[in-house]
Design a protein around this ligand. Structure first.
Ligand SMILES: NC(=O)C1=CN([C@@H]2O[C@H](COP(=O)(O)OP(=O)(O)OC[C@H]3O[C@@H](n4cnc5c(N)ncnc54)[C@H](OP(=O)(O)O)[C@@H]3O)[C@@H](O)[C@H]2O)C=CC1
Ligand SMILES: O=CC(=O)O
Length: 318
């Protein structure tokens, strides 16, 4: 059987696949397989090993004659047309759980960086602008003891809440359903979205990208936040109206933001958000530790093997 791997991966992940199948892997470091090539390769492929940078849509699936399984090296699968895959009875695998702690670490790092103006501090030294110690130089917002509001208290949300507890933060959260573990173990308080936006000092978005969450945070929601609020998004860029975020930051309707994800990725240094000093921008590296990426890759490989062997995947999208 033939499988396609759309990005270069280390042998610890690919060796088991290479032992069993004909592997076509895109070998260019840090670049996804070009779409034209993917269109060609998918025609006779049995398995597809992809990631968040690949658009697995109807146009691609229409070309696949033999595809038996799609396996993404990510927990989010909004880049895959699940309905089209279902119509063709192609199971889709993803990698929940193994990336939870690494993504929570990065989310908290962004929260600290945005609140305490860390990237501005780094720039001050890089640009030789540090002249003396001044009482209110680069003062930011207090993290310890502040109120965090988590929108999307799932696996990663809960792991962020645990970190917040260590900083003596009060924890508010909003989901469509209650998370009893967060309430009982961490004392988190369930809120409607409006209340969370009005009360939280740090607002952390960790809901998946769905039709319901599309631009769920826009001009109205930014206007509900405190002027001192800090907004963190490590979920998906499409959950936020990016132009409204730009305006809210520029007009100081909110204090700062920390972002790992964008409407369209990758962004460049000419992106409007880059003009602003009160935003910390990272290039979608939430789960990017060596250990976690290895775990994600191995789990995605196992999902793929299960699919090719006609078994239920370890983590199959429902
Ligand atoms: N930046 C990065 O590199 C990474 C980003 N991610 C992103 O993080 C997301 C979350 O991952 P994970 O925690 O594992 O997922 P989970 O499914 O465990 O958690 C998602 C949470 O969002 C809530 N939710 C879903 N829809 C809504 C809605 N309409 N309004 C409010 N809450 C909602 C769910 O609760 P309920 O169903 O009760 O509403 C659930 O608690 C991923 O989907 C992905 O997009 C993940 C890993 C790395
Ligand atoms: O964005 C990354 C993911 O795993 O989802």
């Amino acid at each position: 059987m033939k499988i396609i791997i759309t990005s270069k991966l280390p042998s610890q992940i690919t060796s088991k696949l290479e032992d069993k199948y004909d592997v076509v892997m895109w070998e260019v470091e840090n670049e996804p397989m070009p779409r034209e090539q993917l269109f060609k390769e998918i025609e006779d492929a049995d398995g597809l090993f992809c990631n968040v940078a690949d658009q697995v849509d109807k146009e691609l699936l229409d070309r696949a004659q033999k595809l038996k399984v799609i396996s993404t090296m990510a927990v989010g699968y909004d880049n895959i047309d699940i309905e089209e895959a279902k119509k063709r009875e192609i199971p889709v695998g993803h990698t929940p759980g193994v990336l939870t702690e690494a993504t929570a670490d990065l989310t908290f790092a962004l929260l600290l960086a945005a609140g305490r103006r860390i990237s501005e501090g780094i720039d001050v030294i890089r640009e030789d602008k540090w002249k003396n110690w001044a009482p209110f130089f680069l003062t930011g917002q207090q993290v310890h003891g502040a109120t965090i509001g988590i929108i999307g208290m799932g696996r990663i949300g809960l792991a962020v809440a645990k970190r917040a507890k260590g900083f003596s933060m009060d924890i508010l959260y909003h989901n469509r359903s209650r998370n009893r573990e967060a309430e009982q173990e961490l004392g988190a308080t369930y809120c409607e979205l409006d209340e969370l936006l009005e009360k939280a000092d740090f607002i952390v978005l960790l809901a998946p990208s769905t039709k319901e969450t599309y631009q769920m945070i826009g001009a109205k929601q930014f206007s509900q936040m405190k002027e001192t609020a800090i907004f963190i998004n490590t979920s998906r860029g499409t959950n936020v109206d990016e132009e409204a975020l730009y305006e809210a930051l520029k007009n100081e309707e909110i204090y700062a933001a920390g972002l790992d994800v964008y409407n369209s990725e990758p962004i460049s240094s000419s992106h409007p958000l880059h003009e602003l000093s009160n935003v910390t921008l990272l290039p979608h590296i939430g789960s990017a530790t060596i250990e976690t990426r290895m775990e994600m890759g191995k789990l995605a490989a196992e999902n793929l093997i299960h699919g090719l062997e006609g078994k239920l995947l370890i983590h199959q999208v429902k």
